[in-house]
Design a protein around this ligand. Structure first.
Ligand SMILES: Cc1ncc(COP(=O)(O)O)c(C=O)c1O
Length: 354
């Protein structure tokens, strides 16, 4: 990224871009279906999926197991869907039986689900959920921003119509690019929609020819972000997806074992805790102190909860190129901070929420 700016109309960019699209196919395990990469945050992946698929008045269903599910619901509302919701308490995964019942009650245009909701660390049973959508012949959209590259997701086998991620999480690129896989059937549907897609930049149909020939101009890409993405994707390929998933499993185990030893209560139910992020409840009002002390003393950054959970939840992100030994050392430092703040290991203060 620090090198000379790469012009987007030069042959070097064209060949680099083609390589990026091909590498992102590897990460999604998408050999058969159209693949997209363009610049913008993960939110552009969410909104492109909604606006390209949903027309005003369409009935959709969003499964909510945290903040990002709620965001997806909001995007459906913003774009005029009759947006139904299956909402779960923080920490509870979406249940395929509930989905089946909903799909029997109503005919939906699409179901939107979050693979890993970063706000709660819940990993949803994506395979079973998508299976229900396939059986009911409903389009399904998977937000894989906190999963793809860290937690197994095989687009070709999964059968969902859209899955997307962003460059900055488990792929460990710089923020600013979205990667989307979309089935041919969903693109065919978009092409024959009665009402045209109400977006220029977030219209997947417009991006399709650019993916095939990056010489076509739609908007100027953030070339340096894409160069960084290329490096990140090459690293994924060099490590190998299976090995990367295994390393993330190890990271998840390390984080969970430590949090358990500290005695805090996990946000996500057992069996549904992601290997990319670990969230736990802390005593009301202490999350800020833990975060601040850890950053000031050790230059280690953890996240607090989002919005109403900002004072009661800590989230440790453990994805990307993080090595287990580095996580262990960060967890040790965190233990020191908890000691210092009087939340001693093994003798924690009680969790703020049941
Ligand atoms: C699950 C999930 N979806 C969507 C997003 C939105 O991505 P961005 O912040 O890059 O717009 C995030 C961001 O953290 C996320 O974790």
């Amino acid at each position: 990224m620090a090198g000379p700016q790469l012009p987007h109309v030069g042959s070097q960019f064209y060949s680099t871009f083609k390589e990026i699209v091909s590498l992102s196919r590897y990460v999604f395990r998408n050999e058969k279906s159209p693949q997209f990469v363009f610049t913008g945050p993960g939110t552009i992946g969410m909104e492109s999926s909604v606006v390209s698929l949903v027309s005003h008045g369409d009935r959709t269903l969003t499964l909510v197991s945290g903040y990002f599910g709620r965001r997806m619901l909001m995007l459906n509302q913003v774009h005029g869907a009759k947006a139904d919701v299956l909402e779960y308490k923080d920490g509870v995964h979406a249940d395929p039986d509930d989905l089946r019942k909903k799909l029997r009650q109503n005919k939906y245009k699409a179901v939107f689900l979050t693979h890993v909701d970063t706000s709660t660390s819940v990993v949803n049973p994506v395979k079973e959920l998508v299976e229900e959508c396939v059986k009911a012949d409903v389009f399904s959209v998977v937000d894989g921003v906190c999963s793809i590259g860290g937690v197994p997701l095989d687009f070709d086998k999964l059968g969902s119509d859209i899955a997307f991620t962003a460059s900055q999480k488990a792929l460990a690129g710089a923020p600013g690019a979205v990667l989307i896989a979309a089935s041919q059937r969903v693109l065919d549907y978009m092409a024959k929609r009665e009402k045209p897609i109400e977006s220029y930049y977030m219209n997947l149909l417009r991006w399709k020819p650019v993916m095939e020939d990056p010489r076509m101009y739609l908007a100027t890409p953030a070339t340096q972000v894409l160069l960084a993405l290329r490096e990140a994707l090459l690293e994924v390929k060099e490590e190998g997806l299976e090995k990367r998933w295994a390393r993330h499993r190890r990271l998840g185990e390390l984080a969970r074992n430590q949090v358990e030893k500290w005695g805090f209560k996990f946000v996500a139910d057992e069996g549904f805790r992601s290997d990319t992020v670990t969230a736990f409840w802390v005593k009301e009002g202490t999350a800020g102190d833990i975060q601040k002390t850890l950053e000031t003393k050790y230059r280690i950054v953890v996240a607090r909860g989002i919005y109403e959970a900002k004072d009661t939840m800590i989230r440790i992100g453990h994805f990307g190129i993080l090595k287990p030994s580095r996580l262990t050392s960060a967890l040790n430092s965190m233990g020191e901070v908890l000691d210092e703040l009087g939340m001693r290991k093994g003798r924690p203060k009680t969790a703020a929420r049941p």
